[in-house]
Design a protein around this ligand. Structure first.
Ligand code: ZN
Length: 435
């Protein structure tokens, strides 16, 4: 699938420390292993039935920062993202609105691409829609069947059977164990499974948690002819197959929003581990969910703040980024309407700082020690502080506070600091040149 034009990322002088990230699977901060100078990242993409809201933007921004931190540290990055362009919510929306599901998906993918470009997000190298990967996904399901890790559940409304993953057999016969990714009690898993697309009540399943691998063709639903017969893939096997196809086994980071921990990332890991014999990823990283007007932003509640609407209303993309970056990526927080105003003021203050002449060398303080002093600061030392905060699990609130202080006091090299804001945070302080 076509992506979008990448942002300009200035190269900064000096070296960045190795990135440390919080791993949901272990509950610890860890240094993801970098093999042959390369980090590989898979982030679960959108189901294209509605526009990108600020909660999505917050998630994709977290992984944009991760890529920026690695690149600044001289690590080569390979980034893959999927598009769940066949799924129940998309088909339901298409039915409800009388729009063809492909048209709905194409339109929303185009809008997502435009939103990501306008927000200066690094595009994936591998951008793969489920409809582009049906055959390898069906092959993966077939392989799980042949190994006795999947079973058929008869259907009343389809010609063929649905196929489910066998949790109990997988725990007995593979390296994966339920809870390898998700740090939840089984009772919590059962609740989450029911809430997030699972079907714990379906008769004929061996275990209520067993997830769907393949759905036999139903009247009025899209389907593809494969080794499994006519049908379409389940959600977790789709990501497992696409991720492994794009990045190989045991890639560096599997990422997504916090609501993907269970069942999605647990079972994506289960499928991939069962297929390859190695764990899916080294680190499972999750961004906090963003609320609005007292509740988590959700389609069902309708409390969404859409990225394209905010930008079309005249918001500076750098201000939108700053509004989101004011929160650590793992934080659960609530967007307030005033947040954009606060971020715009901060952006204006930084830009004003850049427009001031460089501080004279004789007036410079030792910026490492002079917090609270009014003396100008050494830009190169500020860049090191920014890098240290970024390497510490992408601590953007500290980075923003550091830059607030530096622009306020003045620096010896404003251009270097502007480069750092653009390179590390994707915040543009220089006037954009007209075409
Ligand atoms: Zn996924």
């Amino acid at each position: 699938m076509r992506t979008w034009t990448p942002p300009v990322i200035p190269k900064l002088p000096g070296n960045a420390p190795a990135l440390r990230l919080f791993n949901t699977a272990t509950g610890r901060l860890e240094h993801p292993p970098i093999h042959e100078g390369r980090a590989t990242l898979y982030v679960c993409g959108i189901t294209p039935y509605d526009a990108t809201h600020l909660g999505h933007a917050f998630t994709y921004l977290a992984f944009d920062l991760m890529l920026r931190a690695w690149r600044d540290a001289g690590v080569e990055t390979v980034y893959a993202q999927n598009i769940t362009d066949v799924d129940d919510p998309l088909l339901e929306r298409a039915n409800d609105t009388g729009v063809d599901w492909r048209e709905l998906a194409d339109g929303q993918i185009a809008l997502f691409r435009s939103d990501m470009f306008r927000l200066g997000m690094i595009p994936p190298e591998h951008y793969i829609a489920v409809t582009e990967a049906i055959e390898p996904i069906a092959q993966a399901v077939q392989e799980l069947r042949e190994r006795g890790l999947a079973y058929a559940v008869p259907t009343a409304d389809a010609a063929g059977d649905d196929i489910y993953f066998d949790t109990v057999r997988a725990e007995a016969d593979t390296q994966w164990r339920l809870g390898d990714v998700a740090p939840y009690e089984r009772s919590v898993m059962e609740l989450l499974s029911a809430e997030r697309g699972g079907d714990p009540e379906r008769p004929g399943k061996h275990d209520p948690l067993d997830p769907l691998l393949w759905r036999a063709a139903r009247e009025g639903e899209p389907s593809w002819g494969t080794v499994l017969g006519l049908g379409r893939p389940g959600w977790h096997i789709e990501c497992a197959a696409i991720a492994v196809q794009a990045l190989g086994n045991a890639f560096t980071v599997q990422g997504g929003g916090h609501d993907l921990i269970f069942p999605h990332h647990e079972y994506t890991a289960a499928h991939a581990t069962a297929l390859s014999g190695t764990p899916l990823a080294h680190i499972y990283a999750h961004a906090g969910l963003v609320g609005y007007q007292g509740h988590k932003m959700s389609k069902s509640r309708g409390n969404l703040v859409f990225v394209h609407k905010v930008l079309d209303a005249g918001a500076d993309p750098s201000a939108v980024r700053l509004g989101l970056l004011a929160h650590h990526y793992r934080e659960e927080w609530e967007w307030e309407d005033a947040d954009l105003e606060v971020a715009s003021r901060r952006l204006a203050a930084w830009r004003e700082g850049l427009s001031r002449p460089a501080a004279v060398a004789a007036d410079l303080g030792d910026s490492a020690e002079l917090a609270g002093s009014a003396q100008p600061m050494v830009a190169a030392a500020i860049v090191e502080r920014l890098r240290a905060a970024m390497a510490n699990d992408l601590d953007t609130p500290v980075m923003l506070a550091t830059l607030d202080e530096a622009w306020d006091r003045g620096v010896d090299d404003p251009e270097l600091l502007a480069d750092a804001a653009q390179s590390l945070l994707g915040v543009a302080l220089r006037p954009v040149e007209a075409d």
